[in-house]
Design a protein around this ligand. Sequence first.
Ligand SMILES: [Zn+2]
Length: 405
Amino acid sequence: MTIGINCGHTASGPGYGAVGIIKESEHTRLVGHALMGLFRQAGVTVIDCTVDKAGAQQEYLAATVALANRQDLDWFISIHFNASKEHTGHGAEIYTYKGRQYPDALEVCANLTELGFKNRGVKEGTGLYVIQKTKAKSMLIEVCFCDNQQDIDIYQATGGAEGIAKAIYKGIYKKVVLPVKPNLEENHHLDRQGFHEFVGRIAQSDWREHHIVLPSVVIAQAAIESSVGASELAQNANALFGIKLNGWAGRIYIKDAVEQNPDGSYRVDKNEQWRAYDSWEQSILDHNEYIATRSTDGGKTLRYGPVIGCSNYILACQYLKQCGYATAENYEENLINYIEKYGLHQYDEFEPEQIAPEGHLWIVQAGAYKSLNNAKRLQNKLKKMGVVSLIKIYQETFAVSQSVG
Ligand SMILES: [Zn+2]
């Protein structure tokens, strides 16, 4: 997907935008750059069609169109702020070729309205040069009126340029990321017991191999965060944990986030981006991977260092909260209570290490092991490659001659 974005008007001189309570040219750039960031983060190719300087208004328009027409775009988007003579005009509107009511344009309008702006609708914009002359589907967005106090108050209250960029992005990009296909190989309508067993099986095998998050903790997190697999994210995005983008290059699901403030009150963060998956299994493995690698200082320290490999569920839950995994105040108690209520620590108990008696080895086709657990590890790897293997115990002398021969 390729999107052309034009931060409306020049930065100075001919072609400069309206000046109201805020300056149009400044804020088309703030919104446009925030929007470019969101698209780029999602892996979309962005062509910056902004022109900062021109000898004349017409030259600015022609240069913009020339930038837009150099490649095939899925959308050409021009960002603007409106103004009116009496400064009484207010609201958001979008111009399209022949006033076409593109679903994306209607949605952007609806998303801007949701922020509090009046919906002025999708209008006939054929007379606008950048709409008429660009080859791609195009929309010119008048975010709101830059000379109207009511609109500027809304603009600032909803996060300014960032809030507007998210509203536009959601209208255009979600078509591409949604719907995430439901995974038909997994049963996504399990009862609580079935859910614990499903997550437990994957969490156990990952624990054996990588020692990241203790299985009981993974199960409790998945159950609580996904309402035992029934949440919107679990059903529509195959995501059992609410993990936000944070560098994720995969599929994205967009929905609001309810977060708890340090003072205990709640707030809604609009249009947050969440990681979406092909399966619940992928979601579980990515959650562990996320815990194992998440760093907020460029990799110098691991944010969840103490959680990794911690084999005591009470400590692991405490560390998760201390390291800032969730904003919910009672997250840690909820996890511990859940593990104890449903006896999930049984998933943390593994067979004790069985060492072969003197002169004997555990053999798995390709290798021989003193430890049964190591033999099982190889068997698991083979299983993933589609190879069924048997573990038998042989006398060491036999094994050695086999491997040499
Ligand atoms: Zn304008």
